[in-house]
Design a protein. Structure first.
Length: 261
């Protein structure tokens, strides 16, 4: 089946806002620069919108050299060149990994903006995926997330208010699969790229956070729980979208075609 890449999103800082892009390079760790940075507490634990919804209001832009972060929470943006600072031991969901500290200026800016002590780190080392033999940076468990427009349309028909795709923070938005068609897809192939979809994407309270205001409600998690709760790996999760691992690397373009199988 031929499907359209309806959108591409890169998240330079884990749990912060998205950067919609027209083209992205697919690397072994996902879209280039995705989740390359992360904010951590003094003990090294990662910051997430689960506990700090205001992270949604950070709007980062990163070209591989310079990180610029705008937010309505600060009078002026952070402008910071990437540095190979001292390595820090950090964790993502209690799993150890490493990051290069980005300095006191960045730490002070983020701490003031968010109202709690934190530091900015840039990914270092390697992290394996739980399944599929892939690697990733600071994403929760897999380097690529996929969701179809039709699945969101179906969810919105079940709710009183329509939600934008931004609530679900996918790297790749697809069109042409039909509602929940991604559930049965195992491969996405293009002229250069190939992605193996490994498992369903379990959802948490982050989808209840308005990405423009940081306000949190009970939806859409409550609506999804009524018909998208599944058992995977011995636990029950609310599933919406799929997670994958790159198998062939190259450029992805919004508006381009992929073969889903």
């Amino acid at each position: 089946m031929i499907v359209i890449v309806a959108g591409l999103n890169v998240f330079p800082i884990k749990s912060a806002g998205a950067v919609p892009v027209a083209e992205a390079e697919l690397t072994t760790d996902g879209l280039r620069h995705d989740r390359e940075y992360m904010l951590v507490r003094p003990d090294g634990r990662h910051l997430s919108q689960r506990e700090v919804p205001e992270l949604a209001l950070l709007r980062p832009d990163y070209d591989g050299v310079k990180l610029v972060v705008h937010t309505p929470l600060a009078a002026s943006p952070l402008v910071r060149e990437a540095v190979d600072g001292p390595p820090l031991d950090v964790t993502v969901h209690r799993r150890p990994c490493q990051g290069m500290d980005q300095g006191d200026e960045a730490a002070e800016w983020f701490s003031e903006v968010l109202g709690l002590p934190c530091r900015l780190v840039r990914f270092a080392g390697t992290r394996p995926t739980a399944l599929g033999g892939g690697t990733l940076t600071y994403a929760d468990g897999y380097p690529v997330s996929v969701l179809s427009e039709e699945s969101l349309d179906d969810l919105n028909r079940r709710m009183d208010a329509r939600l934008p795709m931004a609530r679900f923070r996918p790297n790749i938005v697809l069109r042409g699969l039909g509602p929940y068609g991604e559930d049965s897809v195992t491969r996405l192939r293009g002229d250069q790229v190939e992605i193996e979809l490994i498992r369903p994407c379990g959802r948490c309270v982050i989808v209840n956070t308005d990405q423009d205001t940081a306000r949190r409600s009970s939806e859409p998690l409550r609506a999804l729980a009524r018909y998208r709760t599944e058992r995977f790996g011995g636990t029950r999760e609310i599933m919406f979208g799929r997670l994958g691992v790159p198998r062939a690397l190259g450029a992805l373009r919004a508006g381009g075609e992929l073969t889903a199988s």
